[in-house]
Ligand binder design. Structure first.
Ligand SMILES: NC(=O)c1ccc[n+]([C@@H]2O[C@H](COP(=O)([O-])OP(=O)(O)OC[C@H]3O[C@@H](n4cnc5c(N)ncnc54)[C@H](OP(=O)(O)O)[C@@H]3O)[C@@H](O)[C@H]2O)c1
Length: 254
């Protein structure tokens, strides 16, 4: 990896498919060098190739967010190649085991917590020195409206009848609190940390049942990754499923 000085350097975790791949594409089309975080090097190389064919300066970065050694190696590679990180999109996530009370798949809950929550914290902690080395880094934690207690408990809202399975939603509720605390810890710095709600997008995560495209979901992360100096920090922002216009975006309740 070689430094490109004036070009912003962005890392997207879980960038080999779905919303992450489209986020890498959009950041690349903004002129950023994009590090394609992928736990499987082969899948990452394939995504790198596809992005390069689309004009993106994409570089695969092997990164399993649950593996401390992999995270440390990735930090070392970015430090050696660029000496800073301007954008971090914590996008990698899993959803499985939709059991409810009386039949909770605890092993699935533990796996989801490890990737969706501990992974976000581990990657952000490890890259913090490189984020501080950027003039004004932007950090995006990819969350969901179904991690919003306000949205899920709104009796008139679209999630009132959401399946009563706590596993995946609790991981995104935790990501929301991580966002609040990260933003608070960094409030005296130029770094902004926000949570993204892509909306319900058709990806492998949900068997392609989503009503929005992965690219539409990625636009939410792009917005938060390119916030101006007077933009917010410590909010959950993104698609508003409750709005009548399907292209409505804004701050969601926690
Ligand atoms: N789709 C939706 O409707 C929706 C809505 C709200 C929020 N989200 C969130 O958006 C994010 C992206 O989801 P998606 O729908 O694009 O899902 P996806 O198509 O299933 O992609 C998930 C990505 O995460 C990667 N990943 C999983 N575990 C990992 C690990 N331990 N280390 C590194 N990467 C790992 C996967 O890599 P492999 O290919 O190696 O498995 C894949 O690249 C997730 O955080 C998800 O919770 C999605």
């Amino acid at each position: 990896m070689t430094d490109t000085h004036d070009t912003k350097v962005a890392l997207v975790t879980g960038a080999n498919r779905g919303i992450g791949l489209e986020t890498a594409r959009l950041l690349g089309h903004e002129g950023m060098t994009v590090l394609v975080g992928a736990r499987d090097t082969g899948r990452g190389a394939e995504a790198e190739r596809a992005l390069r064919e689309d004009g993106v300066d994409a570089r695969v970065l092997p990164l399993d967010v649950t593996d401390a050694g992999s995270v440390a190696t990735a930090v070392g590679a970015v430090a050696d190649g660029f000496g800073r990180l301007d954008v971090l999109v914590n996008n990698a996530g899993v959803a499985e085991g939709w059991g409810t009370i009386g039949g909770t798949d605890l092993a699935a809950v533990r796996r989801m917590l490890e990737v969706n929550v501990v992974g976000v914290m581990a990657v952000t902690d490890a890259f913090l020195p490189l984020l501080r080395a950027s003039p004004a880094a932007r950090v995006v934690h990819v969350s969901s409206e179904i991690g919003s207690m306000g949205a899920v408990t709104d009796p008139r809202g679209p999630f009132h009848d959401l399946v009563a399975s706590p596993g995946y939603p609790l991981t995104k509720a935790a990501v929301n609190m991580v966002t609040v605390m990260h933003a608070r810890a960094l409030r005296d710095t130029p770094i902004k940390v926000n949570a993204a709600n892509p909306g319900y997008c058709a990806t492998d995560l949900n068997g392609h049942s989503g009503t929005r495209t992965a690219e539409q979901g990625a636009r939410v992360s792009l917005h938060l990754a390119t916030l101006p100096e007077d933009g917010p920090s410590g909010v959950l922002w993104g698609h508003l499923a409750a709005a009548s216009d399907p292209e409505s975006y804004g701050i969601l309740p926690w």
